[in-house]
Design a protein around this ligand. Structure first.
Ligand code: PLP
Length: 443
């Protein structure tokens, strides 16, 4: 039977090589070597290949399978809704039951006065929507010049043209050349600068400096991930997000929180901003909203922004075919029900300590592992050349090597750039399973 499954894998791999252009992948390698793995099924923190070999999904795939794999209740919720009506439009006066119920649920769990939602199909669409909503909001207020967006270096916001323009990771700009204008990047986590200390030597990289240079009258919004994910799992120092919130208030600029990774429990709170008790004006969500069981995203909108929008008598010409998709919304509702019922956020918080212990152990034992950090179940460590005390030379591809070796031992992690490795397992993970991951990294 094993050889039958093996030949099935080989057959599919050939087809993949020929016909499947993979997202965010090296196309030449894909066309030559085919996929590294073809997933077949999964359970909890495990994702299995076609031959039934179990891999620990130490990244929740793309930081999104928060409640873990194989949750039948989500399949049943989708099935039930599909049998009723799988899809209906939400344009111009049409609505549906799951989209309404989910909107109410999201309003009840989102921080502060984020009481309305605009649905999308994912994170990039959510961010593009937030930029457009910001500009729309200011033009409704008669401030037609407020169009620019300030984002952060190392921030990741997606791959649609505007989301990519906001993204502050240079390699993501290589693929298609020039992007949308009007996006500026500040260096994150310079708390003193954000607080207004012009004597700080980093002042010219701060958000405040950019606002003053470009003029607050031209800036619509600042977008920040509460904890940067794809840019390296960068956790802000205490006081940072609060300082940015104050800055936005001072200059009449909207604060957009990109909670695409942080939302739905990843950082040990339902939403990342709750770690610093900050309430944004717009909050972008996706990924964990369905734990990946269906494609859904959204922008949560504050009452102030909502009030301006709902007083507009024209047509707001922005909407996706799948905005408010009934099946996706039914899946999200069930997913949030499970997150609350099973104490998934509480588990992420409880496991934070276990993850920190494991990372401390690795740092203690291996001189090449340094600068580890984590919040909830969002973690990373860096690889250093112990002889020089510097990061390894990029040509050595240290992070990729570590990730490949872990993969060979059936643990999925993710390399970020040349020397950082991210860990973000499903939030249902237990102590023993965290120790199993640490043990493999240790090897
Ligand atoms: N924002 C953040 C913080 C992300 O991590 C991602 C994806 O990784 C996105 C936005 C883009 O989301 P999507 O890939 O669903 O378009």
């Amino acid at each position: 039977e094993v050889s039958v499954l093996k030949s099935k894998t080989d057959e599919l791999a050939e087809l993949d090589k020929k016909h499947f252009i993979h997202p965010t992948s090296a196309p030449k390698k894909g066309a030559q070597d085919g996929p590294d793995i073809i997933f077949s099924d999964g359970q909890g923190i495990f994702a299995n290949n076609l031959e039934g070999e179990a891999y620990i999904d130490g990244m929740s795939m793309l930081w999104n399978v928060n409640i873990g794999h194989g949750q039948k209740e989500l399949a049943e919720a989708a099935n039930e809704q599909m049998l009723k009506i799988a899809y209906s439009s939400a344009f111009k006066g049409f609505s549906n039951v799951p989209a309404i119920k989910l909107a109410e649920k999201l309003a009840s769990i989102a921080p502060g006065d984020l009481n309305s939602v605009f649905y999308t199909s994912g994170g990039s669409e959510s961010n593009d929507t937030a930029f457009k909503l910001s500009r729309f909001y200011w033009s409704l207020k008669g401030k037609h010049e407020k169009k620019k967006i300030i984002a952060m270096r190392d921030g990741y916001h997606g791959v649609t043209q505007a989301a990519q323009s906001a993204t502050g990771i240079p390699t993501t700009h290589e693929f298609a050349g020039a992007s949308v204008e009007g996006f500026y990047h500040a260096t994150p986590h310079l708390t003193n600068c954000e607080l207004g200390d012009k004597n700080d030597p980093n002042y010219e990289q701060s958000i405040r400096y950019l606002i003053e240079k470009e003029g607050a009258d031209t800036i619509a919004a600042v977008i920040i991930e509460p904890v940067q994910g794809a840019g390296g799992v960068n956790i802000p120092p205490e006081g940072y997000l609060q300082a940015v919130r104050k800055l936005c208030d001072e200059f009449n600029i909207l604060f957009i929180a990109d909670e695409v990774i942080c939302g739905f429990g990843r950082t040990g709170k339902m939403f990342g901003v709750e770690n610093w008790e900050v309430v944004p004006d717009l909050m972008c969500i996706a990924k964990g909203i369905t734990s990946g069981y269906s494609q859904l995203g959204g922008v949560m909108i504050s009452d102030t922004v909502r009030e301006a929008i709902v007083n507009y008598e024209g047509v707001m010409a922005h909407g996706f075919t799948y905005s408010g998709h009934p099946t996706a919304c039914a899946v999200a509702l069930k997913n949030i029900e499970i997150i609350e019922r099973d104490g998934i956020v509480e588990n992420a918080k409880a496991m934070e300590k276990e993850m920190q212990k494991g990372l401390a152990y690795l740092e203690e034992k291996h001189d090449i592992i340094r600068n580890s950090r984590s919040i909830g179940l969002l973690a990373a460590f860096e690889l250093y050349n112990s002889a020089t005390g510097e990061h390894f030379d990029p040509s050595l591809q240290a992070a990729t090597k570590v990730v490949d070796e872990c993969f060979n031992r059936k643990l999925i992690l993710r390399a970020i750039g040349d020397f950082r490795v991210a860990i973000a397992p499903p939030l249902v993970i237990n102590k023993q399973e965290i120790n199993d991951m640490i043990h493999i990294i240790d090897e």
